[in-house]
Design a protein around this ligand. Structure first.
Ligand SMILES: [Zn+2]
Length: 499
């Protein structure tokens, strides 16, 4: 039976956040533990099951996964990488291929892009065996990632609901190479664009049609995969851009021709990318929310999009909270809501700890403003309404608390989690479906919230995932790049990446 080394690294690293992601921010599984804990909607699950179903033996090494956050701590990363390579080294001469689950936008403080470094080390250990991987749609492709691999494929949905299928596609490419003895050919073309996820949901144009184009191309019997990898705009990165990849069975020329065509179509539609929901500044967003309530529409979701932890922001920027608690006019309207506003939530280990022994009591907290210190903590007096010691989210375990003040129910978390699921509110005793207004530190709504929302509004708030890309002080991204630069022409031949 052919044996395939599997594993992966999954982190989206926001270089504007001051947080350094370390061991407490990751779930790391090793060896058989990986096979025993397959998650739904996960690319590594797709790789493993895809290989097993075709009679291949996955050889699990190490899988590290964390919620998007600040760049990964250097010494922590070095330890994990060395452990992974030591596990891989034991398999030298005993495996036939390598298939990995990567995010594609992981960065380490002081080191930059690291997925390419891992692939480079693997290539040195295993010259001549195929290396394939699955990627997040928001992957930022570096020269090393391209040079030291044989092919890759990204998710085709945002929100990401096809992660397992994408893993299966990476497994299929691996199996193709092993069964036929042919080495697939990958073309990679860059498109000089920065694109926020909130402008590139796949349920709406122009992404809907662009993705249909990929599916159509994958029906071609010579094509193994076609991907748009959109990059990640909240990392100041010399590799930043949209990338297009096409993997064919064996024709380099064909892969390149098709990738160039896809890149040109994407570029032509660059001006069509726009927010998928209504988007306003803080004041107008709140005004609109009250208008919808008057029309009998609820709950109105307000995404605090500039501080979205699922885009790696710190989740403790306080500017919008200050506005809701400190602006007299807004406060008097909030006081009249029949159900308190829900605010999910703040990454604030200190405040959570204070809540732990004060359930049911009135206490004073200084909320947020510790990691993103562009605005100070907000001093508030209120009642601790809920506390869960071990809330599990995406492999992390930590305490969460509910703090009630000024007719706002604020969720506080000990761990840097994403507010992607309404279940956290429910477990804390809230009824989100009956709420008038829900503020969520999130960008586009995930399917769970979407199902509840009467209306969804993107609030263009401040923070490490500021949606106004043109206002960000980038230093390292390649120029020219759209939309920071608008007046330049794109010659696709200048943007083909060569190994
Ligand atoms: Zn993504």
């Amino acid at each position: 039976m052919k044996r395939i080394l599997v594993g992966g690294f999954h982190h989206e690293s926001n270089s504007f956040s001051k947080i350094k992601s370390g061991i407490k921010d990751f779930r790391i599984s090793r060896g058989q533990e990986i096979l025993a804990n397959l998650s739904p909607n996960n690319s590594l699950t797709g790789i493993i099951t895809g290989l097993q179903e075709q009679g291949y033996e996955p050889v699990p090494a190490l899988y590290m996964r964390g919620v998007p956050n600040g760049e990964v701590d250097y010494s922590f990363f070095r330890e994990v990488k060395e452990e992974f390579l030591a596990l891989a080294e034991k398999e030298v001469g005993k495996i036939d291929a390598i298939t990995l689950a990567l995010h594609g936008s992981m960065r380490v403080a002081g080191l930059g892009e690291v997925e390419g470094l891992i692939l480079e080390d693997l290539r040195k250990l295993f010259p001549g065996i195929p290396i394939f991987f699955a990627l997040d749609m928001h992957a930022t492709i570096s020269e090393k990632m391209y040079r030291y691999s044989d092919g890759f494929v990204g998710y085709k949905t945002a929100p990401h609901t096809d992660c397992t299928e994408t893993g299966r596609k990476a497994a299929e490419m691996t199996i193709f190479a092993l069964e036929t003895g042919r080495l697939p050919q990958t073309a990679l073309v860059k498109v000089p664009m920065l694109l926020a996820g909130e402008k590139s949901g796949t349920d709406v144009e122009p992404m809907r049609t662009l993705i249909e184009g990929l599916h159509e191309l994958e029906k071609n019997p010579d094509v193994l995969s076609a991907s748009y990898l959109l990059g990640f705009p909240w990392a100041d990165n010399p590799d930043s851009s949209v990338s297009v990849s096409v993997v064919t069975k064996d024709s380099k020329e064909k892969a390149e021709k098709l990738a160039k065509e896809l890149a040109e179509v994407f570029w032509q539609r660059r001006q069509e990318f726009s927010f998928v929901t209504e988007a306003y500044g803080e004041e107008e967003a709140v005004e609109r929310a009250f208008s919808y309530l008057e029309e009998g529409v609820w709950p109105v979701y307000l995404s605090d999009s500039g501080d979205n932890p699922t885009a790696g922001a710190s989740s403790d920027n306080t500017k919008f909270l200050s506005y809701l608690t400190g602006n007299e006019k807004v406060q008097s309207r909030l006081q009249k809501l029949k159900s308190p506003l829900i605010y999910a939530g703040f990454y604030d280990p200190e405040s959570v700890q204070k809540c732990a022994s004060n359930l049911g009591k009135t206490i004073r907290l200084e909320i947020g403003g510790r990691f993103d210190d562009s605005h100070p903590p907000v001093p508030l007096e209120g009642e601790v309404k809920g506390y869960i010691k071990d809330y599990a989210y995406a492999g992390l375990q930590g305490a969460v608390a509910l703090f009630f003040t000024k007719n706002i129910q604020i969720i506080l978390s000990e761990k840097h989690i994403g507010y992607t699921e309404p279940r956290l509110m429910e477990e804390l005793g809230l009824k989100p479906e009956l709420a008038d207004i829900i503020v969520c530190k999130l960008g586009y709504l995930t399917p769970g919230h979407q199902a509840l929302a009467g209306k969804s509004i993107l609030v263009l708030t401040e923070g490490n995932s500021n949606e106004d890309l043109e206002s960000i002080d980038y230093r390292y991204i390649p120029r020219p790049i759209y939309p920071l630069d608008k007046d330049f022409s794109y010659d696709v031949d200048d943007y083909i990446m060569r190994r």
